[in-house]
Design a protein around this ligand. Structure first.
Ligand code: CAA
Length: 494
């Protein structure tokens, strides 16, 4: 089927972005909103987004006019009668969607494909509400739709196979890559992404680390385009909350229960970028009021200490004289003992003459140093550690002395989830990797990340997380465990 006239119902952030994507690909678009006010907001989204592209020199003014000229805006659904495809992007409430699809089924010609951009709701439930379930699919775009290169095409048990193929081809015409998947809550990307975002809010609530520090660790340490809180603000906290709820309903995994903090923010109307404030926004600029530490001497222990010692010595700090041994190191003289570790350091701290001087250091990539303070660490030692690593050119991420600190605690369960997803037969390794790279702008997909970190390291890290938090889904996926036991360094791709 040739898709030339496309309807988009709902012109919020996602719907307007989707309309822009179609119009840029030279399709004619009919954008539908509930009332004149919502329509004006939708027009505003389209004008701002394309206006920004003109300002940046990515589009000429004429091209922008052509794009906008291909979009007709209306409040009348009956204007969709000749559309070849209608994509729905209304709020994530199943009843609304079911009622809309019933309506569209009556309005549109029989061959029209009806697609939902739902993030997680059942495409099957929406399809079953129509007299054409074989021509109903999920067509899931990612925020910001004009930028992110993935479309998840969701087929149900009743979708005609040809329709999934046609929509995947259309995604290619839009400059996107399609990954075809079955109808499971969250599909590939949200099923892997949202639990990680939810977990980040839990770590913050537990006081393991602060908002800015968690964001910095994941952005600068892991190389993600955004930290979890900045991304939650982009996605919309209400959307994230809804998706988590749907995931929880399907899995009953308590990691998928939306965090109480999300609920509180959503109830308060703090929805992220779309409402002007979420985890970020409207906060007074923070004065740089951190007291500098007086400590100039340090000690470094643990595996790989030499490189950090070199960096700190080059920055003018003095290693304390009696530095070498782990136990009974000269902590008193040093003021701060940095213990390089990827596990909690309290057991090392209690072996020092002065346990208050120990701070755990976990280097993440070449820019971030997680600084783990134990229940015994003094404020002065914590400040000194932050000063030391800052002068050594690293970004300090203060955190509690807990398994996985921040980065491994967030990253490893996500990798484990990807292994389980593949092992359950839901999606191939290549599709999962592509989906995370293109849908979230990651440099590497989860399997690529697992292989570069080392399967054994991730497996062992998961065991440590499981041992500490006793969270059943932190236990290493059996496939990962078996590959490590078999001495494999890669996942078999069949
Ligand atoms: N609309 C249109 N274009 C936009 C845009 C928007 N809202 N935001 C950014 N852009 C464009 C910019 O114009 C720019 O384009 P050019 O390179 O052509 O100039 C490009 O994106 C990069 O933008 P910036 O330089 O301003 O900013 P950046 O480099 O920080 O990138 C980002 C911004 C693209 C959003 C990047 O941070 C990123 O990829 N973040 C991850 C986003 C993500 O994970 N999305 C998926 C969320 S999950 C989801 O959506 C599914 C769901 O159902 C919940």
């Amino acid at each position: 089927m040739a898709f030339e006239r496309v309807g988009v119902v709902g012109l919020g952030t996602m719907g307007a972005g989707i309309a822009e994507v179609f119009a840029r690909a030279r399709l004619r678009v009919i954008g539908v909103e509930a009332d004149a006010e919502a329509l004006a907001r939708g027009r505003g989204h389209l004008e701002r987004s394309t206006g920004r592209a003109v300002d940046k020199g990515k589009l000429t003014a004429d091209e922008r006019d052509e794009i906008l000229g291909r979009v007709t805006l209306t409040t009348s659904r009956t204007d969709l009668r000749d559309a070849d495809l209608v994509v729905e992007a209304i709020p994530e409430i199943l009843d609304y969607k079911v009622s809309l699809f019933k309506d569209l089924d009556g309005i549109c010609k029989p061959e029209t494909v009806l697609a939902t951009n739902t993030s997680s709701l059942s495409v099957t439930a929406v399809a079953a509400a129509t007299g054409r379930p074989g021509r109903v699919v999920g067509m899931h775009f990612f925020n910001p739709a004009p930028v992110m290169r993935l479309v998840e095409v969701v087929g149900t048990v009743v979708t005609e196979p040809g329709v999934v193929r046609e929509i995947a081809e259309l995604a290619g015409r839009l400059g996107k890559t399609a990954v075809a998947v079955g109808d499971r809550a969250g599909f590939v990307v949200n099923r892997l992404l949202l639990p990680y975002l939810n977990h980040a809010t839990a770590l913050m609530e537990q006081g393991v680390a602060g908002r800015d520090d968690i964001d910095a660790a994941m952005r600068l340490g892991v190389g993600l385009p955004m930290g979890p809180f900045a991304l939650l603000d982009l996605i919309g906290l209400d959307t994230a909350y809804e998706v988590m709820g749907v995931l929880f309903d399907e899995t009953r995994d308590r990691r998928h229960a939306p965090s109480p903090l999300l609920r509180e923010l959503v109830t308060a109307g703090l929805l992220g970028r779309k409402s002007g404030r979420g985890f970020y926004g409207e906060e007074p600029a923070r004065a740089e009021d951190r007291q500098r530490s007086e400590v100039v001497a340090f000690d470094v222990t643990g595996p790989g200490a030499d490189e950090l010692v070199e960096r700190l010595s080059a920055a003018g700090f003095k290693r304390s004289a009696d530095a070498d041994a782990d136990a009974d190191a000269g902590a008193g003289a040093a003021g701060v003992v940095l213990r390089l570790a990827d596990r909690p350091v309290i057991e090392h701290a209690v072996r020092l003459r002065d346990p208050a001087t120990m701070v755990g250091v976990h280097l993440v990539g070449d820019r971030v140093a997680e600084l783990a303070t134990t229940v015994l660490t003094s404020d002065e030692a914590a400040r000194a550690a932050a000063d030391l690593v800052t002068v050594a050119g690293l970004v300090p991420v203060p955190c509690k002395d807990r398994a996985g600190f921040v980065v491994d605690a967030l990253l490893f369960p996500y990798l484990n989830d990807a292994v389980r997803m593949h092992d359950a037969g839901y999606a191939s390794i290549d599709d999962i990797d592509a989906a995370m790279r293109l849908g979230c702008g990651y440099l590497a997909g989860p399997f690529e990340t697992l292989e570069s970190l080392g399967l054994a390291r991730v497996r062992d890290g998961l065991r440590a997380l499981y041992a500490e938090y006793r969270e059943p889904s932190f236990a290493p996926a059996p496939l990962l465990d078996q590959l490590v036991t078999a001495g494999a360094s890669e996942f078999p791709r069949r």
